[in-house]
Every structure is written in structure tokens, then in C-alpha cells.
Design a protein around this ligand. Sequence first.
Ligand code: NAD
Length: 467
Amino acid sequence: MTTFTMTIDGRAVAGHATFDVVNPATGEAFAEAPECDREQLDAAMVSAQAAFRDWRDDLDRRRQVMHACADALLARAEELARIATLEQGMPLSNARRGVQRAADSFRRYAALELPRTVVQDDHEALVEVVRRPIGVIAAIKPWNVPIAMAVNTIAPAFRAGCSVVLKPSPFTPLATLKLGEILRGAAPAGTLNVVSGGNDLGQWMTEHPTPRGVSFTGSVATGKRVNVSAAADLKRVLLELGGNDAAIVLDDMDPVDVADRLYWRAFGNSGQICMAVKRLYVPESMYGAVVDALATKARTTRVGNGLDADTELGPVNNRPQFERIAGLVDGAVRAGAHVAAGGRALEGAGYFYEPTILSEAAEGMPIVDEEQFGPALPVLSYASVDDAVHRANDSTFGLGASVWSADPDRAAALAERLEAGTVWINTHGMLGHAQPFAGTKWSGLGAENGIWSVHAFTEPQTIYHAR
Ligand code: NAD
């Protein structure tokens, strides 16, 4: 079995213990990851703190390093992408795109300007505001898109001048450990430390006195714990949490066309995307036609091992999540939903679940009220647009939402009524490099992406020049 190493102070570090990593396409363990102990975490924190001293003051160097990171990633893109597919399950083509995007992201943050702002310039004083990096960032990540999640923090943290101690999910530690290995030659020792372990390790990180900021992506339940733990030490937090995104189709859309365009916005990465469509609201007048069109798409989707070239949809990432999806679908059916397509696990090894369209779904069913994070979409009918808006907003989540209409003005007017950090019109889940990404309500705290991530890892510093 292949063993992977952590990156601490620029060196490869093995664990005193290891844990198995399972390939979700086979259900079998295929590699081992190191279990970071407290002393090793301390060493990573000491190294990150020491590296921060020079790193923060040398933007030119950081820019060179970020380009070197992009080059290093691209040089080993295939190796990294295969590991991501083996541990996560996603189609290899998606994993390859993920590596390319990660490299692009390093280059974009390297080019990003953080302007000094002059807020006063008169006979009394020149007062400028600059952004000062906050220090070591503890980054804790989920299992759905490991490489993107890691670089979402590393690249803006580097641009800001922060050093990083990064922990991937125990379900998908390998691509992130490999990323650490690949970047050892590019990033100065201590600027990026990658450690792996279970949930306890995440808690040790949030309780540790060294980090000044926590960049957490994961579930609402864990995010709340992270926030409480960070608050005890007044650490800054950036929380990107779960979503239960509603998509509202208006009655001026063609049912087949809208189903065609919506389908992959719900089922991409087997639904394991925070900003996937997770509840679909359709007018009564076209409900049957939309359900039928979605069901046809679901039945013709090629589900399989992500390493097979013609696979469109991989497995669910892990057994608990696989069982949760099955439980949510079974529960919805018991409560009166109808399976229009899918509705069961595929026979054989691995955590494969048929892409599932549930009609006659309604609020009160956990698959509607909670985040399913898997390949099953509940479709709900609505009587009036006001009714749809009210039901879409009646949620503790507020990550994303979308409106689908042939009339851009009508859609735009509706968009602003939706309680979500991002509202898309005639698409869903698109994240351009300059747009802020932030959840309202329980979907997060703080904004990330582009300049907003750099702001999260810096604070304003006022320089007052007396005259
Ligand atoms: P999770 O909350 O179970 O775990 C996330 C990470 O937190 C893991 O590394 C885990 O080991 C660690 N952890 C667990 N307990 C901890 C604790 N007490 N203290 C510190 N760290 C701890 O989430 P998951 O199941 O891995 O990921 C799925 C969730 O992530 C979904 O809800 C999804 O919507 C969300 N997500 C959100 C975004 C976003 O940007 N908003 C992006 C991707 C995923």
C-alpha cells in the first residue's frame, strides 16, 4: 500500500500511526495516510510562525513563489489528478480541470493588487490604510473537492502574506498531502505545512494558540464548533459551510430546455458541491414535463469508476454519506415522494447510487429541509411565484439560489428577494474569479474568493503621517 507523508517545515514527515484511505469506487482501502500527533502539529505551528516573519514583508518573493507553485502543480498534474479521483471518486477529467484551476488560481492571486487607500490628505495629516496579514492560518477542509479547497486558502493566504497549516478531510487526505509534497520545492519551508488526521486534529488546530485565523470549509455543525473554539482565542474565522440551494423555474421556460441546463447544476460531482441545486421549485403548469425531462437525463447518465473515460458521475465519496443519501431517499418515499428515476444503490462494490429524481417532494421531508449533498434531487411544485420565494427562503441555509426565466427583468427582480449569498439567473453554481462567495444565515461567516479572501486573511492598518 502506498504511504503518503505530511509536510512540516518544508520536509517530509511520516506519522507515528497511519489510517486507511478507501477508494469509493471499490470500497477498499488502497493507501495509508499519516496520523499527525500533537507534537507534530506543534512543530508545524512553530515552523509556520517562524516563516511568517520574513514572508509577510516580501511581496515580490511571494509572487515568484506563487508562480512556482503553479508550475510545480502543472508539472505533476496527472499524478495529482489520479490521486484525487482514487480517493474522492470524481471523474478523472474533473480532477484534471481541478488541478488546472488550482494553478490558474495561484497565478491570479499573484497578480492581484491590494491598493493603499488614502482616507485623509490635508494640512493636518496624510492618513493611509494598508492591509496587514493576520498571521498563521489554520485551514480545515472537507472531502468533496480536495485540491480546489486547499488552494482556495493557500493562494490568497500567500498573497496576503500569511503562512498556512492545512488539514484535509480524513476521507480525502491524499491529494492534499501530495500537493504539499509537490509544493515543497516551490514554497519556502514553513509557509505551507500539510498535516493529516481525524476530527480531533481539526479541533487541536482551532484551539492552538499560534494561528490568528481559521479558514474552515465544511458542514454547519462543525462550523459552529469551530467558531466557538476560535472565539475563545479571538481568532478570525472564515467559515464556508453547507447549503440547501433552491432553484426556481418560472413558467416562461421550456421544460425540456430548462431540465437540460439544470441537471448538471444539481448532479455535478454526484451532487457533492456546496453550491449545487438541492431543491427545485417548478410551477404546477409544467411540473410533470420538467420531472419527466430530468428523469430521462438521470436514466441516461453514465455512472461508474472515475478512472473510466466515459464516466460522467462517480460514486458517493464515503460510506456514511452513501448511507445518508439512501436513508434520505427512502424516508422521502415513505413520506409520499415518488421516484421518477433512480432511487437505489447500484449493485456491486463501491458507493454508487443511481442519480435520483424525486417528484411529489415537499417541505417537512428531510431531503428537502436538510442538505443532502449527494445524487438525489427533490422536485417541488408551486402555485405562485410568491409561494416559491417564501418556501425557498424558509431555510436556515443561505448559500446560493437561482431563478430560471426567459425574461431577464422578471428574473432579476426575483433574484433580489432571495436570501442567499449568490443568486444566479439561468445558471447555478458559477464562481468567477472576481466574485465574492459568502453564505448568509448558517451557510457561512465572511466572504471568500478573489480580493475577499485576501481581505479575510488581512486586516486594515492605518498609517498616520502627521503634518
Ligand atoms: P465536516 O464538517 O464533517 O468536516 C470538515 C472538516 O472539519 C474535516 O477536515 C474534519 O476532519 C474537520 N473537523 C471535524 N470536526 C472538527 C472539529 N470539532 N474541529 C475542527 N475541525 C473538525 O464536513 P464534510 O462532511 O467533510 O464536508 C461536507 C460539507 O462541507 C457540506 O455541508 C458542504 O456543503 C460543505 N462545503 C461547503 C463549501 C462552501 O464553500 N460553502 C464548500 C465545500 C463543502
